[in-house]
Ligand binder design. Structure first.
Ligand code: ZN
Length: 169
């Protein structure tokens, strides 16, 4: 999936964690959380040359290239999520869970991609949730629709939290 799609998924993950913690989505705390989600969502693509994340965190992406870590492998795996879970322990709990949930949203939605993800890296097994025929191709119309659904869910949660009862079903 493309970076904006992962950004939207990261924001949605952040909003869900914030609501879980009973933090108003219209607070500064939430703004910081949404920002973390927005960066953590696309972060796994640091393994992809030329991606925004690879450019921002150049030393890390250069190291990954040096170690010959391929796209949608190590940084998209459960093993790496575990490593991050340990490294991020010093973060305050709210932001810790936002960071991890937003990061995890990345391999999760990549599972709908036709190329699949090596979620169980170092095992070679590629996991894909949808049959190739209906899988979401990177940059396709299906991905665009998927992204808009994610954005709609983000806006819906925001309105719901702001007390617009009309938006509840
Ligand atoms: Zn990815």
């Amino acid at each position: 999936m493309l970076q904006p799609t992962h950004g939207a998924a990261g924001v949605l993950a952040a909003e869900l964690v914030l609501l879980q913690y009973n933090v108003s989505l219209l607070s500064w705390e939430a703004a910081a959380g949404v920002l973390i989600g927005c960066v953590a969502g696309p972060l796994a693509d640091i393994d992809k040359q030329g991606s925004i994340m690879a450019k921002i965190f150049f030393p890390v992406s250069a190291l990954l290239r040096l170690l010959k870590i391929k796209h949608r492998t190590f940084t998209h795996s459960l093993a790496f999520l575990l490593v991050l879970g340990v490294l991020a322990i010093p973060m305050p709990p709210l932001y810790y869970w936002i960071f991890l949930a937003a990061y995890a949203s990345h391999p999760l939605i990549d599972l709908f991609n036709e190329q699949g993800v090596r979620l169980l890296w170092p095992l070679k097994l590629k996991i894909r949730l949808l049959p190739r025929m209906i899988a979401v191709d990177t940059g396709s119309t299906a991905e665009m629709i998927f992204r808009w659904l994610l954005i709609a869910a983000c806006v819906w949660l925001l309105l719901l939290d702001a007390g617009f009862a009309a938006f509840t079903f």
